[in-house]
Design a protein around this ligand. Structure first.
Ligand SMILES: [Zn+2]
Length: 91
């Protein structure tokens, strides 16, 4: 599998580190224990298209949001992950 980093171009998988599902959002500070538990421990086991966080440690060191089909490994989009300090790709 190869990932097309929006900053570095197409690179091999070994340059990236997988974090996991990009969908969970950190709960507010006063959200309570149940919300924190869900955020930390509960994940969907999706067979199909999902958004994932990947870290390009072997390149630009940016966090990326990769939309990938977990059954075929087909990647439909790669974009900078919001809040990772690199919201836009330099043109
Ligand atoms: Zn990169």
């Amino acid at each position: 599998m190869r990932i097309v980093c929006p900053f570095c171009g197409e690179r091999e998988l070994g340059e990236f580190t997988y974090l996991g599902d990009a969908k969970p959002q950190r709960p507010a500070a006063d959200a309570g224990d149940d919300a924190v538990y869900d955020y930390v421990y509960l994940r969907e086991n999706i067979a199909g298209v999902m958004e994932e966080n990947w870290y390009h440690g072997g390149g630009c060191r940016a966090w990326l949001k990769v939309t990938r089909n977990t059954l075929t490994h087909e990647i439909s989009s790669v974009e900078p992950a919001a809040g990772a300090g690199a919201r836009q790709v330099a043109k």
